[in-house]
Design a protein around this ligand. Structure first.
Ligand SMILES: *Cc1c(COP(=O)(O)O)cnc(C)c1O
Length: 230
């Protein structure tokens, strides 16, 4: 692995370019979210200096500490962790995108907080495709109902779907999950038509992002390959 954060970022960006070219996709439609959980603000600032502006965090308190330590206005924060109703108030209006909305109750709370701040909060719905008990996310057959629940909230905008597949050390076993997320999105988009714009698919980690790109990812959540092991 390359030595510095800047070098690792460059390697990941080259990997994205290469996978996009192979898939016949425009790399401009793929955004790299650098997952900085457990890493100090100084390392995030190092990544910012190397031109990285999207960061993903999993924990509310840690996110708030990092926001205070990284005050660059170009930075966009993404919340990718397990969402709790009582923590929603710390996220709404602070993060560009919540990737992990997975219940009607959470969506109502996001809608209430966003309306109170007079803004619209962008969210993704996290889908649990592996059926793993330990993972958050809504079951595939409940996604349609959840999108409709979000459509009743004027201060919530659903931008698409997110998934975290079961972990395998190789990339290829992730493919069927990423393909299913894309197909699910296509079905829901066709069903709901102009009522919604599900353009984003948040999928792909350090070890499998080229596969995710091949299957249509628009947001990659890459931690280890940029910041090193946690
Ligand atoms: C930690 C985490 C990632 C990053 O995983 P890496 O294997 O370090 O790239 C992506 N998504 C979620 C939801 C995470 O919790």
């Amino acid at each position: 692995m390359a030595e510095t954060i800047a070098e690792r970022l460059l390697a990941v960006r080259q990997g994205i370019e290469q996978a996009a070219a192979q898939a016949g996709r425009d790399p401009a439609g793929i955004r790299l979210v650098a997952v900085s959980k457990t890493k100090p603000a100084a390392e995030i600032r190092e990544a910012v200096a190397a031109g990285q502006f999207d960061f993903g965090e999993n924990y509310g308190q840690e996110l708030r500490d990092k926001m205070a330590g990284v005050s660059d206005p170009r930075v966009r924060w993404h919340f990718i962790g397990q969402l709790q109703t009582n923590k929603v108030k710390y996220l709404v209006g602070q993060v560009a995108l919540i990737h992990s909305a997975d219940s009607a109750k959470l969506i109502r709370e996001i809608g209430k907080r966003a309306a109170g701040l007079n803004l619209v909060q962008d969210i993704l719905l996290e889908v649990n495709l592996g059926g793993e008990e330990s993972k958050s996310g809504v079951a595939e057959d409940e996604v349609g109902g959840l999108i409709e629940a979000a459509l009743t909230q004027p201060a919530v905008r659903v931008r698409g779907l997110m998934t975290m597949p079961p972990y395998f050390p190789e990339a290829e076993p992730s493919r069927p999950f990423y393909r299913r997320l894309c197909e699910l999105r296509d079905r829901e988009q066709a069903r709901l038509g102009g009522r919604v714009n599900l353009s984003d698919l948040s999928m792909g980690l350090s070890h499998d992002y080229p596969v995710a790109i091949a299957e249509g990812a628009t947001l990659l959540r890459v931690g280890t390959a940029i910041f090193g092991a946690r």
